[in-house]
Design a protein around this ligand. Structure first.
Ligand SMILES: Nc1ncnc2c1ncn2[C@@H]1O[C@H](COP(=O)(O)OP(=O)(O)OP(=O)(O)O)[C@@H](O)[C@H]1O
Length: 588
């Protein structure tokens, strides 16, 4: 997912069954307050299994016992009538029928309660995972965020977040299966211990045989995830670059690529189904083998035939639980890759400074100053900006110029507190920006860039951008940004639905919506990062002149156009100075 993420190891971490402990540890890390609910669900599940045993299998055994005359050799069934002490078994038939019906109803009730609880807990886990993953995307440092593929982030938040609740459900079922196996095992031990021992041996062989599938399941989980990620990424980039795809006539190529990736996804899911069918078949064959062994050897075992038959029926009823136990372990292997993705995103460190940390600021009074600032991006070899010192005075207009790649956007990102200087500091009225409350600082600032990130909604929604801004401020901002003239020509005006790409708008119109969005909050400091590059020169001058009119506003404009730079009072030129000077900035 993360471009810098280490690939998952292809070898299982430890012995087959140890994966349960690993998943449990991870789950507790993800959902700490889960132990009580999990215990309740496991107990309810075991009770369901118990009532099933009593209600069906145990009573079948008793039916045999009712017909039994005299003591039965080699088995504990001989003392079962005594176990029901003093009851005249011929009179207890209605009672037995009552118990049978009662236990079936009890099992149905427990099953219902358990499914209600499981579904509530699953939804709680899913809600909490999605919210935490989304919150993480909002709180990781912007630079780290840029290391992620957007399509992968969507996959993790929307799809893979379910891995936690699936792991939880599997662990609960595992606990239920295990508890039921123990209870059934005890029942069999009471009825026919030699058969119980045979069943125990069968359990170990079953566990061992299915253990050989652990590696393939783990790899299958990882390749299914990779296939889905590749498919989502292709769909995402096709939507993002559809115009280019059509302009280059690449529709067929994309269709072929999609079909290949889609087949990969189908192929991994088919392999998953086949593997499920194979392990199920193996489990059935093993059970059949053990039951056949019991039947064939029953005459040699020191067990009465009827007791052997009762225990065999129990074993037959037990088989789905043994199979469930092992298949849940295999599921835990399969979901490892998704769970690791969720964990790896959640373990990202949050921004060093939270939005509400630091001293609040209400106004820029003097200046924003850079003091010997250098910045190097993660995984980059050279600094994006080096030893920069300059100051931008409050209420003045400043042009930030320089060749492409000289660090203009990087500087704006540091003013926006999206990136921290690797060396040196940025100050606001003499106070280190690192110690200023980000929320209050960002209330003074607004930014508009070359590419406007539009969202699903109307023109009004796009300018308001989920902030509490009155409509008259939006209309005022649209006026200043020279946007009203084209908005009012749209069929629905400010209520025109744009869609997230706003394909019907020209580049210059989209930029004017972006400018109106930046202005609508009436910021004291406005950062324009080539935000008027798609406008014709005349409109650009009109927009910038209108923006300059507010005397209280500090305007910082990044532009490659000399005419724009001339319109500003100051100029910071990032062209490298000739050697031997090391400083790359000067205030014009
Ligand atoms: N996220 C990033 N990771 C690594 N390097 C980056 C990242 N963003 C920018 N850079 C590098 O930092 C340098 C400065 O980039 P920046 O975008 O600040 O330049 P710019 O002056 O705004 O360029 P332009 O005028 O082309 O928009 C460039 O060499 C760029 O490749």
């Amino acid at each position: 997912m993360n471009r810098y993420r280490k690939p998952a190891s292809s070898k299982p971490a430890g012995a087959y069954n140890l994966i349960v402990a690993a998943r449990f540890r991870e789950l507790r890390q993800l959902v700490p307050a889960l132990r009580l609910k999990m215990t309740v669900m496991i107990i309810l599940g075991i009770l369901t299994g118990f009532s099933e045993m009593v209600g069906i299998t145990f009573l079948v055994s008793l039916v045999f016992l009712l017909g039994q005359q005299g003591p039965v050799s080699g088995s504990a069934v001989a003392w079962l009538p005594a176990f029901f002490g003093g009851i005249d078994l011929s009179l207890s038939k209605p009672v037995l029928i009552g118990i049978l019906i009662g236990s079936i109803l009890f099992r149905i009730f427990l099953g219902f309660v358990n499914s209600l609880i499981s579904s509530t807990v699953s939804h709680q886990i899913n809600d909490s995972m999605r919210e935490r993953l989304y919150a993480k995307v909002l709180t990781i440092p912007f630079q780290r965020f840029q290391n992620y593929e957007r399509s992968d982030l969507i996959n993790v938040i929307v799809t893979e977040s379910y891995a936690a609740s699936s792991a939880h459900a599997s662990l609960v079922r595992l606990g239920v299966n295990f508890g039921t196996i123990v209870i059934f095992g005890a029942g069999m031990l009471v009825m026919a211990w030699p058969i119980a021992l045979l069943a125990l041996g069968f359990g170990f062989i079953h566990n061992f045989a299915l253990g050989s599938f652990a590696g393939p399941y783990r790899r299958l989980g990882a390749s299914a995830l990779a296939a889905v990620e590749a498919l989502t990424q292709l769909s995402w980039t096709t939507l993002q670059t559809l115009k280019a795809v059509k302009s280059f006539g690449l529709e067929k190529r994309h269709q072929q690529l999609f079909e290949t990736l889609s087949n990969d996804v189908g192929h991994t899911w088919r392999r998953s189904d086949w593997m499920g069918a194979t392990t199920s078949l193996l489990s059935e064959i093993l059970t059949f083998g053990v039951i056949l062994t019991i039947i064939l050897s029953s005459q040699f075992l020191p067990v009465d035939f009827k007791a052997a038959l009762s225990a065999t029926i129990l074993l037959y009823r037990l088989q789905p639980h043994i199979k469930g136990f092992d298949s849940q372990i295999l599921r835990l292997y399969e979901m490892e890759a998704s769970l690791q993705n969720v964990l790896s995103l959640l373990s990202e460190k949050d921004d060093v400074k939270q939005a509400s940390q630091g001293q609040p600021v209400t106004r820029l009074v003097e200046a924003i100053a850079f003091h010997d600032v250098s910045f190097i991006y993660e995984h980059a070899n050279t600094p994006a900006v080096r030893n920069l010192s300059f100051s931008i005075r409050a209420g003045e207009t400043t042009a930030l110029t320089g060749p492409s790649g000289s660090g203009k956007t990087t500087i704006l990102n540091m003013i926006l507190d999206l990136s921290r200087p690797t060396q040196g500091k940025v100050t606001v009225d003499g106070r280190d920006l690192a110690n200023i409350d980000r929320t209050s600082w960002l209330q003074l600032l607004s930014v508009s860039g070359q590419d406007v990130e539009l969202m699903e909604g109307t023109v009004l929604d796009n300018i308001r951008f989920r902030r509490d801004i009155p409509e008259e401020d939006i209309r005022w901002a649209a006026d200043v940004a020279c946007a009203t003239e084209f908005i009012e020509n749209l069929p629905e005006g400010f209520d025109e639905w744009l869609g997230d790409e706003a394909v019907r708008l020209s580049g210059g119109q989209r930029q004017r919506i972006g400018l109106a969005r930046a202005l609508a909050g009436r910021p004291q400091i406005l950062l324009l990062d080539e935000a008027t590059s798609a406008l014709d020169e005349h409109t650009e001058m009109r927009v910038l002149s209108a923006m300059k009119e507010d005397p209280g506003r500090t305007l910082i404009v990044v532009s490659h156009r000399p005419a724009v730079a001339r319109l500003m009072k100051n100029q910071i030129d990032l062209r490298p100075l000739p050697p031997p000077s090391t400083s790359t900035s000067r205030l014009g």
